[in-house]
Structure formats: structure tokens, C-alpha cells
Design a protein around this ligand. Structure first.
Ligand SMILES: Cc1ncc(C[n+]2csc(CCO)c2C)c(N)n1
Length: 201
């Protein structure tokens, strides 16, 4: 690394995320979600604060969506918070998980699962970063989600599966023209605010 420019050579992607089920039974909800999901195509490490998954983009999104969906299907109010990244040094090419094919192992289970998501895309080192961000906000509108600009993020509301597809598309498309990309996503399901139709918590 020279001049503090972050220029990774590996295309390994990753996400560090936490799920927070709003129930006394949170340990069970988290551990069952982690256990039920097929994680065999990603490197995975869980600790007391978060879980990190690394591998091909398709599998990083497959696993994060599946873990969120398993937790949400319990009906409890669940909050997900994650940082996706690609192109940072330290993520080495040698990882065996990059040899996997792109076939996803988890089928979407959260049908009719409403969710709200605040996401922010950071195409690092790009002079035209605002254009790249705006392109993906426009693309999100094409999926039929409700899309709303808010301070420091964009809010998406709709089917959880459509939200994760939109996030994956935004991340995938941006990294095709930008070495290092970071994207944050905070997602909420089964919020009491949603039932009241307030949709703003
Ligand atoms: C995805 C995800 N991974 C790890 C944690 C941290 N965490 C909090 S409680 C608990 C179970 C008992 O150890 C764990 C692992 C989280 N919240 N979400």
C-alpha cells in the first residue's frame, strides 16, 4: 500500500453484521439463524458483537439475507446492521472460498416479509462518486421499492427479498468500475412502527 491508497488486488467480498432480535429469546433466535443457514460457500466467524462472512459477492449476500430472514420469520422485531466491503488489502486472494461457483445455496424463505432499510454506498477513491451513488438510487426505484432520500443514506421499503436484491445489485454494479467499495445497510423487520403504518422508526 502506498500513499495510504487502499488498492486491494483480491475480489473477495465480505460483510460484518449483527442481528438484534427484540426478544428475551434473542440468543436462540441468533444462534438458530446462524445454524439453519447453509454457510458452506463462505468463510464465517461469529463473536460476541458480530458475524463476519467473506467470499464471492453472491454468497455474501445469500448468507446475510438468509440469516436476516430466518431471524425475521420468528415474527419478532429484528434489526440487522451490516457493512459490506470489497477491494480492501488484507483480504487475500488465496482463500479457498473464491473457487466456489456462483450457485446460491439458500432459497428465499421470507416471502411477504415487509422490511425497511437505510443504505449508504461509498465508492472509495472515485472522483465521480456522487454519480455512481445516484445511478444506484435510480436503479433501486426500478424494482418497485419505495425509495426516499434521507440524511446520510437512502431509505428502501418493501419486500425483504427485493431489498437484498437491490443491495446486491447496487454493490455488484458499483464494484465493476470501482476497486474499493463499502456499503452500509440497516434493516428492520416486524417493527411495531410498520404495523401502525407510521413507517418511520
Ligand atoms: C449475526 C450476529 N452475530 C453475532 C452477534 C453477537 N451475539 C449477540 S448474542 C449472541 C448469541 C450468544 O452468544 C451473539 C453471537 C449478533 N448479535 N448477530
Amino acid at each position: 500500500m502506498s500513499n495510504n491508497v487502499c488498492k486491494g488486488t483480491s475480489r473477495i467480498a465480505g460483510c460484518r453484521f449483527s442481528v438484534h432480535p427484540m426478544t428475551d429469546d434473542f440468543v436462540n433466535v441468533i444462534l438458530s439463524a446462524l445454524k439453519e443457514v447453509d454457510t458452506s460457500k463462505v468463510w464465517l466467524e461469529t463473536d460476541d458483537v458480530s458475524t463476519c462472512v467473506r467470499g464471492k459477492i453472491a454468497h455474501v449476500f445469500d448468507v446475510t439475507e438468509a440469516i436476516f430472514s430466518h431471524a425475521a420469520k420468528t415474527g419478532h422485531h429484528v434489526a440487522f446492521s451490516g457493512t459490506y466491503s470489497i477491494g480492501c488489502p488484507g483480504d487475500t486472494d488465496g482463500d479457498v472460498y473464491m473457487a466456489e461457483n456462483n450457485r446460491k445455496l439458500n432459497t428465499p424463505i421470507a416471502i411477504n416479509q415487509y422490511a425497511a432499510c437505510d443504505f449508504a454506498l461509498y465508492p472509495l477513491g472515485s472522483d465521480s462518486y456522487m454519480d455512481k451513488i445516484m445511478e444506484q438510487i435510480e436503479a433501486a426505484k426500478q424494482r418497485g421499492l419505495t425509495v426516499e432520500g434521507i440524511h446520510y443514506a437512502t431509505k428502501l421499503k418493501g419486500e425483504a427479498d427485493d431489498i437484498f436484491t437491490t443491495l446486491e445489485n447496487a454493490f455488484t454494479a458499483t464494484q465493476e468500475h470501482n476497486d474499493h467499495v463499502v456499503m452500509t445497510a440497516s434493516i428492520s423487520a416486524n417493527s411495531p412502527s410498520h404495523q401502525k403504518g407510521e413507517d418511520d422508526e
